[in-house]
Design a protein around this ligand. Structure first.
Ligand code: 3NM
Length: 211
């Protein structure tokens, strides 16, 4: 099944986290971009829409300065209003085909899946990449599904052919290479690049070099 844009994913796909860093989304985008990130997802589970919209606009402006693509987690309305490059949807968000109708053909749409069946179903949708996770245990997200491990990831890769595939959950500097070798095109990471907010560019650059 072809993906929507035959998107070429970067190996490292960082997500922002205000709780972890105590930094604005725009400041995180800046630091991640300085470390060489080219695709970043704004992940925000707490802010009211009004505040998140303002933060997203500032982050879009920061991303534009660095030529980075910015994706908004969950909130299609915020993605549209802030003119982000796309949206990343979860299983309980607006369905990807409805989002595609509202966003048009140019936008990037990613979709979270948590097991092989969901990943196979996702690959039939008008999306640009499938995310699968958690690969390993993580403390960053609390309501996670059972871990897939590298074997689970290999099975997803096998079922999806060359469909663009992002792996997420518990990916660290120590295991990221194995995750790519098991079939992920890209590793989506939070703590691996954000856990020390003073070293975000360095941690991002290091992870890129490790892959
Ligand atoms: N989604 P870290 S796991 C945001 O399984 C997210 O879909 C997951 O954070 C999923 O890189 C996760 O710090 C947390 O483990 C990723």
């Amino acid at each position: 099944m072809p993906s929507f844009h035959r998107m070429r994913l970067p190996r490292v796909y960082p997500l922002t986290d205000v709780q972890l860093t105590s930094l604005s989304h725009a400041e995180q985008v800046k630091r991640l971009s300085l470390g060489g990130a080219t695709l970043i997802q704004l992940r925000e589970k707490q802010m009211p829409a009004r505040e998140f919209y303002e933060e997203a606009r500032a982050a879009v402006a920061a991303a534009a300065q660095y030529g980075v693509q910015l994706i908004i987690n969950d909130r299609l309305d915020v993605a549209l209003a802030a003119r982000a490059h796309g949206v990343h949807l979860g299983q309980d968000d607006l369905p990807p085909d409805a989002a595609r109708k509202l966003l048009g053909t140019d936008a990037i749409i990613g979709f979270s899946t948590h097991n092989l069946e969901q990943a196979i179903e996702a690959s039939k949708l008008p999306i640009d990449y499938v995310a699968i996770g958690p690969i390993f245990a993580t403390t960053t997200k609390t309501d996670t599904s059972p871990v897939l491990g590298l074997d689970g990831l290999r099975a997803v890769r096998q079922a999806l052919g060359d469909f663009p595939l992002v792996a997420i959950g518990g990916i660290t500097h120590a295991n990221a290479r194995e995750v790519i070798q098991a079939g992920a095109d890209s590793v989506a990471v939070i703590s691996a690049v954000l856990s020390d907010p003073t070293c975000i560019p360095e941690a991002t650059r290091k992870l890129k070099l490790e892959l």
